[in-house]
Write a protein that binds this ligand. Structure first.
Ligand SMILES: Cc1ncc(COP(=O)(O)O)c(C=O)c1O
Length: 372
């Protein structure tokens, strides 16, 4: 089965001409205090435990590489994604548990689930706005957590606009993971939450990571991971952002050296990553600290989900949802291309970190891809 992947190709791969990783600049944008507070708070929550750092040892052998680490976020607080570290943490910081406060957000799924769960933990009411294209399975998960789910006609942007209008009218606290002008605190809190993954990894292995491949939608997770690297890693790895080929807003922005909006012509099945615009705060971090950007098609997602589920990449079976696959796909594709392999300076000593950012958060889609 794994042999199939010998023909896999990436869609686009670029170097960042403005690459200049500087820890102090990154930690000026997302400060040490923010990062420390996020870890101290989140690690004090009931049921907190670090998510596993797995080895994809069968893939290591196949590619001839020292280590491939896979951070398994399917185990994060029963929420099945890394997003549990962001929205729920921001809910606590913004409301301080004041039961009179009502929180709101717009979401493609995982972020809203985190906000709903954060509100439930503190006994707060929660209003979630979703586009008509968000699956029923995802809406149901948020309802189960006690949130009111409001379906809005149109796409994610329409749901965010409606959330802003209703929240202003009703004096609800918006807990959004995307920044806009004069709305930077909550996105910073969510990014600080995501940096907890890197704090854990720095305790889970003493190997120096040489390459990190991190998925991007609006860039919040990538920026949180990079801030974590700036704070916790002794050596700076190559940082490769991976996106769907139809929603490559980070790649286009890095290529142009400025924020560039992408018109999404066809939605990727990587729902959480199908974003046309990089968020403002993440961009400040990404523009000089991402070393490479790569994009992939949807073609290899279901095979990769099967590889994970059937223990073809590792000793253990892994439940990885659609957004957990791009790191694996792009790594294999870069190894299949001698120019990319050389450009990225891969060799038998490389230690690669992949972020398994979600499990079967959308169970229906997961089963469909697994059984396709
Ligand atoms: C599972 C998953 N992976 C990756 C992303 C992308 O994260 P960001 O939008 O912070 O770049 C998302 C966002 O919703 C997601 O839900």
């Amino acid at each position: 089965m794994l042999n199939k992947s010998k023909n896999w190709k990436y869609s686009n791969l670029i170097d960042n001409k403005n690459y200049n990783f500087q820890r102090d600049i990154i930690l000026n944008i997302l400060s040490n205090q923010f990062i420390d507070k996020a870890f101290n708070t989140i690690s004090s929550w009931d049921n907190y435990s670090q998510t596993p750092l797995l080895n994809l040892n069968k893939l290591e052998k196949r590619l001839g590489i020292n280590k491939i680490f896979y951070k398994d976020e399917s185990k994060r607080f029963n929420l099945k994604s890394f997003k549990a570290l962001g929205g729920a943490y921001a809910v606590e910081e913004i409301t301080k548990g004041d039961k009179k406060k009502i929180v709101s957000t717009a979401t493609a799924g995982n972020h809203g689930r985190s906000v709903a769960w954060g509100a439930k933990r503190l006994g707060l009411k929660c209003k979630i706005f979703i586009s008509e294209f968000v699956s029923n399975a995802r809406a149901e998960e948020m309802k189960k957590l006690g949130a009111d789910v409001i379906v809005v006609k149109g796409n994610y942007e329409n749901s965010l606009n409606e959330c802003k209008i209703q929240s202003k009218k009703n004096k609800w606290e918006i807990i959004q993971d995307v920044a806009w002008q004069d709305y930077e605190l909550v996105p910073k809190l969510t990014m600080s939450g995501y940096s907890v993954m890197i704090k854990e990894i720095s305790n889970q292995t003493s190997e120096y990571i040489t390459h990190v491949i991190v998925q991007a939608g609006v860039g919040g997770m990538a920026a949180g991971v990079i801030a974590g690297i700036a704070k916790y890693f002794k050596r700076v790895p190559k940082i490769i952002v991976v996106e769907p080929e139809n929603a490559d807003c980070v790649l286009k922005s890095i290529e142009n050296g400025e924020l560039t909006k992408v018109d999404i012509k066809k939605e990727s099945i990587l729902g959480g990553m199908s974003c046309g615009e990089v968020s403002l705060v993440p961009w400040k971090i990404l523009k000089h600290s991402v070393s490479h950007c790569v994009t992939i098609s949807d073609n290899y997602i279901s095979d990769t989900i099967k590889f994970l589920a059937n223990a073809e990449l590792s000793e253990k079976k892994i439940i990885g949802g659609e957004c957990s696959t791009p790191g694996i796909i792009s790594l294999i594709a870069m190894f299949n291309d001698i120019n990319a392999f050389k450009n990225l300076q891969f060799n038998s000593e490389s230690n690669v970190l992949l972020i398994g950012c979600e499990g079967d958060a959308d169970e229906f889609l997961y089963q469909k891809l697994l059984n396709s």
